[in-house]
Design a protein around this ligand. Structure first.
Ligand SMILES: *Cc1c(COP(=O)(O)O)cnc(C)c1O
Length: 502
């Protein structure tokens, strides 16, 4: 062995290693209490920070030391640096003035569930690695399925089951691989190049990524164009024609991804009619309800799921609208065996009598990774602390606030609502002004509004129309924030109008 590079400090010379106790309960209590105080203060003050971080790329490198400390620093110093150095570089998703993308919704109950998840730090890849982790997840998935009035065929209490994935991407990937292997087992692995997958031009961009990962030939990914007259939803008759053309070419239709609440404009694909087309061709149908699916816990939105009994799988992300923190995506399947057949591993070091007997669920075979966190605790705390009624109320309150915003937009002749509002997203834009390019006008408006730091919204373009997206859903948002946001938008727009008219 050579000598260490110069400047390398041998720890044992400078610190008594016997005093290093990274998990001392009293020390934990002291620091965690401080952290909780810090967090509660953050929630109180978050409204006062610029929503969109105003820093420039590389800002942090100049603020922090180039090397890690050799000796311990005090917890207070580190927390102080979070306040001074980190917070300026945060875009505050928790701000009540955050109306961008789809929201990342949070709650006290889910936070506490997350604390306990982190506390136990179980790695529940199979049942024995923490029986409660597997079984609570099964219970919670069935609870949520009940709230959505899913058929028993998607529940453990019936013949199906659910699993917590981190993302829609993973839900889509695992089901696509299950569908792929089911068909390849019949037609032979050499025919993978014949498999065709279908979505619309409004399907989330993750779908292409997923198809690549699953080995689908990029030539066989159909992004079927949607039309204004269908409100940008996928048309069953066009789908039928596209599939027919593929079949005539000797290709094999494999998988259809339909969406409840597209990311650009919350368009809803007609599940029942699309599933009927797909069923005739023995395809796997997956519903991506990442955002809009959450609303289906309310009876008035449940009709969007009509026809769900005809599909194979459904995913939605409570982290987008059901108060439960990032990386929480629920996936239900009618036939979990197909996913397990595709993804099962069986190494010697994980063998045990329960798994061997097939009497228990091994969630490692329902997902990409092996390790997994005890995330169902979050949902369990959330569901129990609030009850279904409050969660329905939460959805409705957000929708009501979006309706308020929509009304304000419509009350101003300079503006128009571009696509129909279905959930808590309003797509709108400044109308034509003195022959100026409407797209450019709206881009400028967005930039000006966001640079105030007082609100944050984003944009999209559908059917060649550039529009602004305003989504209500941050947990702390109240009606006054929505009204204030409109004031900011109106103020910026009026300034621009004066500039352009003079
Ligand atoms: C947000 C969103 C996604 C993205 O999912 P990930 O969880 O980031 O993989 C997928 N589909 C829709 C409709 C979305 O709105």
């Amino acid at each position: 062995m050579g000598s260490p590079p110069s400047g390398f400090i041998i720890a044992s010379e400078s610190l008594d290693s016997r005093e290093f106790k990274p998990l001392n309960p009293e020390d934990f209590r002291d620091k965690a209490h401080k952290a909780v105080d810090f967090i509660a203060d953050y929630y109180k003050n978050v409204e006062n920070y610029p929503v969109l971080s105003q820093v420039q790329p590389g800002f942090l490198k100049n603020r922090l030391s180039e090397t890690p400390p050799d000796m311990p620093e005090s917890f207070d110093t580190i927390l102080r640096d979070v306040q001074n150095d980190i917070i300026p570089g945060i875009t505050h998703w928790l701000s009540p003035n955050f109306f961008a993308y789809f929201p990342a919704s949070v709650s006290t109950a889910a936070f506490v569930g997350e604390m306990l998840c982190t506390c136990f730090n179980t790695v529940g890849f199979n049942w024995v690695a923490s029986p409660a982790a597997t079984e609570l997840e099964m219970v919670v998935m069935d609870w949520l399925a009940t709230m959505l009035h899913l058929p028993k065929s998607f529940m453990f209490s019936g013949s199906g089951g659910g699993v917590l994935q981190s993302t829609t991407t993973e839900s889509c990937l695992c089901t696509l691989v299950a569908a792929r292997d089911r068909v390849l087992n019949e037609i032979g692995i050499g025919h993978i190049g014949k498999l065709v997958v279908y979505g619309s031009d409004q399907t989330h961009s993750m779908f292409k990524k997923v198809c690549k990962l699953a080995g689908i030939d990029p030539k066989n990914i159909r992004a079927i164009p949607t039309r204004v007259e269908d409100e940008f939803s996928l048309s069953p008759s066009i789908l039928r024609k596209v599939i027919q053309a593929d079949v005539e070419q000797g290709l094999v239709p494999l998988y259809l991804c339909v969406t409840i609440g597209t990311t650009s404009t919350t368009a809803v694909d007609p599940i029942k009619d699309l599933a009927e087309v797909a069923n005739k061709n023995n395809m796997w149908v997956h519903i991506d309800g990442a955002y809009g699916g959450n609303a289906c816990i309310c009876p008035e939105y449940r009709h969007f799921l009509d026809g769900v009994e005809k599909v194979d799988s459904l995913s939605l992300s409570p982290h987008k609208w059901l108060l439960s923190y990032a990386e929480c995506c629920c996936l239900w399947m009618k036939n979990p065996d197909l996913i397990v057949n595709a993804l099962r591993t069986n190494p010697e070091y994980l063998r045990n009598k329960h798994s061997e007997s097939d009497s228990v669920v091994s969630y490692k075979d329902w997902q990409v990774g092996t390790a997994r966190r005890f995330k169902s605790l979050r949902l369990w705390f959330m569901l129990r602390s609030y009850g279904v009624q409050n969660l329905q109320k939460h959805i409705r309150t957000d929708v009501q606030m979006a309706i308020t915003f929509e009304r304000l937009v419509k009350s101003d002749v300079k503006f128009e609502v571009v696509t129909p509002r279905r959930f808590a997203l309003v797509c709108f834009r400044l109308k034509q002004l003195n022959g100026f390019d409407t797209e450019l006008l709206n881009k400028k408006l967005l930039e000006r509004v966001n640079s105030t730091g007082r609100v944050y919204l984003t944009h999209t373009a559908v059917g060649g129309i550039y529009m602004l997206r305003f989504v209500v859903g941050a947990t702390l948002t109240e009606e006054r924030h929505v009204i204030n946001a409109w004031e900011v938008i109106k103020e910026m727009a009026n300034t621009m109008v004066h500039e352009y008219e003079s």
